[in-house]
Design a protein around this ligand. Sequence first.
Ligand SMILES: *[C@@H]1O[C@H](CO)[C@@H](O)[C@H](O)[C@H]1NC(C)=O
Ligand SMILES: *[C@@H]1O[C@H](CO)[C@@H](O)[C@H](O)[C@H]1NC(C)=O
Ligand SMILES: *[C@@H]1O[C@H](CO)[C@@H](O)[C@H](O)[C@H]1NC(C)=O
Length: 387
Amino acid sequence: MPLVGFPRILLIGVLVFCLFTGVSFFRQHPQGRLPNFWAHQAANANENSPFSFKPSPGKFKDIRNSTLGFQKIFLINLPERPDKFDQFAIAASFTGFTYDLIEGVKGADVQNKSLPALKGLPATERARNNIVGCWRAHLNAARTIVRNGLSSALIIEDDADWDVYIKDQLQEFAAGSQFLSGVTAGPKPHSPYGDDWDLLWLGHCGAQFTPGDKLQWAIANDATVPEPNRRANFGGEPDIAAAGYDNSTRVVFRTSAGACTYSYALSYRGARRYLRNQALLETFTPIDLGISKMCKSKNTEFKCFAPFPQLIDSHKAAGRMSRDSDIAKYSADDVREHGFTFNIVHSIRLNIDSLLADENAPIQRQWPNDPEVIGPPRPRAMVQSQD
Ligand SMILES: *[C@@H]1O[C@H](CO)[C@@H](O)[C@H](O)[C@H]1NC(C)=O
Ligand SMILES: *[C@@H]1O[C@H](CO)[C@@H](O)[C@H](O)[C@H]1NC(C)=O
Ligand SMILES: *[C@@H]1O[C@H](CO)[C@@H](O)[C@H](O)[C@H]1NC(C)=O
């Protein structure tokens, strides 16, 4: 609205109003209004809550901090998609974490001579743009870790979704990654996730057990594990039942393959290996498959731990489907009536509207008719016998 013709007295009124209320409007709001859900639920003695209070031992305490126990968090967002950034910001504000921006890269801005190989480049201009740009943005994130000597960082894409209880989940996950990376009863590791890993693939769309792997970590009776028919994992699901786990168990394991980069963490060691490995590609490979190859390779020791079911996934928002992905293509008329996210039981994205209306609103489950897990999770080490 042009200010000419705007009644001056009203304008002054608005200014004065803003000045007076500035203290509460513009004061920095504490991040994460829902600091510890398991404690929160216990304090509220919610009869229906599957959670019960579980004090966090010192080794895992930092996971509740504003960078989820990593030294930094990096959000990857293309400047032309501020709409995704907006919604991400709201979701992160409820969970209580802060992040730095790594700008997404357009493929057209990546010169051929800066690529490790031209063989394998996607054929169409459009695919090239997306896949090559995405690859470069992820490398920029890894380079930022190396350049700044960060001990670890979580990289997260702007349409990611996660469970409202992610801090609790990450504490459980970290018990697993500490176990797998050989942390014993000794002194506290430098990273609450353990000190011998390169990549933690928290947000994948397809991880696989490593054949012959003997050590795994199981979180049984986990109320945030989706029923088998709510899961999605490209390349087939790890056979949970055959490995002796039931439907409400999450497994943490060394993964030999993966797909999608909704979110993963790199250690400093991992970021250096990653940058070097990607510079030596003989065939250009989309970033997720490139990571997958690193995780699998017996030649490059690159330790990747993953949860299954995954902890972070990609949200498909209600509305025009053409807004979804900067890679996938939909017709302009396709509209999705209800938003959803595979694998995530208490989706933060699907709880935003009720939490905005009332911060103490009961947390909604995405599939309210699925059987509900009662009681706290039961974590344990699993030593598989090899056939
Ligand atoms: C959170 O904890 C990690 C691990 O101890 C640490 O590196 C990071 O600096 C902490 N974040 C903040 C904001 O203090
Ligand atoms: C980059 O390399 C690809 C594959 O060889 C080729 O099709 C394309 O024309 C090249 N682009 C430029 C700008 O040279
Ligand atoms: C686990 O899920 C599978 C697939 O949905 C189902 O066939 C099986 O009965 C479930 N097991 C239990 C113990 O509920």
